[in-house]
Design a protein around this ligand. Structure first.
Ligand SMILES: Cc1cc2nc3c(=O)[nH]c(=O)nc-3n(C[C@H](O)[C@H](O)[C@H](O)COP(=O)(O)O)c2cc1C
Length: 190
C-alpha cells in the first residue's frame, strides 16, 4: 500500500471553435491542483484529435497522450452534451485506448443546457464499464455554464462549486488508492 499522490488525468472533451470546455476544465484543474494528494495532468482533446480510425498510425504527440493515460491512476472527464450525448472526439480518444482505462476510476465534470451535461455522463458510464473502469457516483455539473462563470473564469458560486469538486475528488481518490493498491497486489482480470 502506498500513500504517494495519485496521478489524475483531466480530459477536456470538446474541440469545437469557441468552445466553453477550457473555462470549466481550467477551473476544475485548479481545484484539483490545490490538493496535496493529487498530481494533475491535463489532456485537451483539441490539442490533437486522436487518429480517426482504430489502428491508424499515431503521431508522436498522440503517443504522449497515450503515455499520460497509461501513467494515470484516475481520470476526470470534463464533458459537454451534444444531442443528448458526449462529443464524438472524446469517443475517438476512448476507443483508441484500451488497457489505459482498465481497473481505474473515472469521474465526471459536465456542462450543457438545462440538463447540465448529465445525459452525456450517463452514456459515458456505460462506455467506461465496457472498458473495465469504475465510475464515481458524484458528478460536478453546470447547467448553462455561461450563466455560472464570470469573465474571470470563476464560478459565481465559488464555495458551492468547490464543495462539489471536493466531494467528487474525495470519492475519486478513495477509488484511485483502492484500485492502485489492488493492481499492485495482483494483475486485474484473467
Ligand atoms: C451540436 C450541439 C448540440 C447540442 N446539444 C445539446 C443537448 O442535447 N443538450 C444540452 O443540454 N445542450 C446541448 N448543446 C449545448 C452545449 O452543451 C453547450 O453549447 C456547451 O457549451 C457545448 O460545449 P463546448 O462549448 O465546450 O463545445 C448542444 C450544442 C451543440 C453545439
Amino acid at each position: 500500500m502506498t500513500k504517494a499522490p495519485l496521478r489524475v488525468a483531466i480530459i477536456i472533451a470538446s474541440t469545437r471553435e469557441g468552445r466553453f470546455g477550457p473555462t470549466v476544465g481550467d477551473w476544475f484543474a485548479e481545484q484539483a491542483r490545490q490538493r496535496e494528494d493529487l498530481i494533475v495532468d491535463v489532456v485537451d482533446v483539441a490539442d490533437e484529435p486522436p487518429p480517426s480510425a482504430l489502428g491508424a498510425k499515431a503521431s508522436e504527440r498522440f503517443a504522449r497522450v497515450t503515455a499520460t493515460l497509461r501513467e494515470a491512476d484516475a481520470f476526470v472527464v470534463v464533458t459537454c452534451e451534444y444531442n443528448h450525448s458526449f462529443p464524438g472526439t472524446l469517443k475517438n480518444l476512448i476507443d483508441t485506448h484500451f488497457h489505459e482505462w482498465r481497473a481505474k476510476p473515472v469521474a465526471f465534470v459536465s456542462y450543457g443546457g438545462l440538463a447540465g451535461g448529465l445525459r452525456a455522463v450517463e452514456h459515458l458510464r456505460a462506455v467506461f464499464a465496457e472498458l473495465h473502469a469504475v465510475t464515481v457516483r458524484d458528478t460536478v455539473s453546470f447547467h448553462s455554464p455561461w450563466n455560472w462563470f464570470g469573465g474571470d473564469g470563476r464560478p459565481n458560486d465559488p464555495e458551492g462549486a468547490s464543495a462539489a469538486a471536493k466531494g467528487m475528488l474525495d470519492q475519486l481518490a478513495w477509488w484511485g488508492h483502492a484500485l492502485r493498491d489492488a493492481r499492485a497486489v495482483r494483475p486485474y482480470g484473467s
